[in-house]
Design a protein around this ligand. Structure first.
Ligand code: ADP
Length: 266
């Protein structure tokens, strides 16, 4: 008897997206979203087509960092499906969990709700052709991380940490989570944020407020790449608050973010 085998090809998710990069951290407040937004803009400035998903339910700050707070993405009908159009700012296509919740309101996201929001951001948003889709994850390890790897083929994860001991301990957990068999995402490397403080007018004076080279040592320990460091600079914080990413302003900070983007893109 002849056997007929039907090979059913799964519909590829985001076939026109070349690289999906998760931006993760162990602890909150280490500058994950700041790094994600500056990286996204730096990649866009280099000529790449870039999208950014803000999946950080603990505090969706991307709308503020891109000065699109309160904006509502529009929805169009394609066949019988509703498609969400991302908001575009500084050359980056954006979607945020913050667009779904009114500003200033405390919305408690249960794990399954957050996971379904992420799934929607991936499958119902018109991303089109992209070179990079960055996903700004919540800090730590959560359902969202699992949902992400179950929904899309993640190219790799970038871990953001400060050099401080408590941040490094949590970053280690994040790093090892990506290596676990059920997650199994390659770690592209570690970014050390707030590596030292430097007054912008005195760039050669370095003060290691949170300790020295902790991120670098973490990368060495786990044999992943050290992607680079960003100092504590007042204008980085101000840029985040005013919604105009630091990488758009000429200067040493711009150079640092551009170099970081190059090492992530490599
Ligand atoms: P996370 O996403 O890890 O919670 P954020 O990106 O929201 O952290 O950053 C936390 C705070 O630190 C924000 O106020 C941000 O502007 C500030 N910040 C982040 N990175 C830097 C930096 N390199 N220099 C100065 N301030 C920074």
């Amino acid at each position: 008897t002849s056997q007929v085998t039907t090979v059913r090809e799964a519909t590829p998710i985001l076939p026109d997206v070349k690289n999906i990069i998760a931006i993760a951290s162990g602890k909150g407040g280490v500058g994950k979203s700041t790094t994600a937004s500056n990286l996204a803009v730096a990649l866009a400035e280099s000529g790449a087509k870039v999208g950014l998903i803000d999946a950080d339910i603990s505090g969706p700050s991307i709308p503020t960092m891109f000065n699109v707070e309160g904006e509502q993405p529009s929805v169009k009908k394609v066949g019988d499906k509703n498609v969400i159009l991302p908001i575009e700012q500084y050359g980056v296509k954006l979607i945020s969990i913050g667009f779904l919740t009114p500003a200033d309101s405390a919305v408690v996201w249960r794990g399954p709700m957050a996971s379904s929001a992420l799934r929607q951001f991936i499958s119902d948003v018109e991303w089109g052709e992209l070179d990079y889709l960055l996903i700004d994850l919540p800090p730590g390890t959560s359902d969202i991380h699992l949902t992400m790897v179950q929904t899309v083929p993640v190219t790799g994860a970038v871990i953001v940490t400060t050099p401080q001991k408590v941040a490094l301990a949590d970053a280690t957990k994040g790093l090892t989570m990506f290596k676990q068999p059920q997650i199994n995402v390659p770690v592209l490397g570690v970014i050390e944020n707030m590596a030292y403080f430097t007054p912008e007018e005195l760039p050669d004076n370095k003060y290691y407020l949170f300790g020295k080279e902790g991120g670098k040592k973490l990368a060495e320990k786990y044999q992943v790449e050290f992607l680079g460091e960003i100092p504590i600079v007042q204008s980085i914080r101000e840029s985040g608050d005013t919604g105009y990413p630091a990488v758009l302003k000429n200067g040493i900070t711009q150079k640092a973010y551009k170099e970081l983007a190059e090492s992530v893109a490599r």
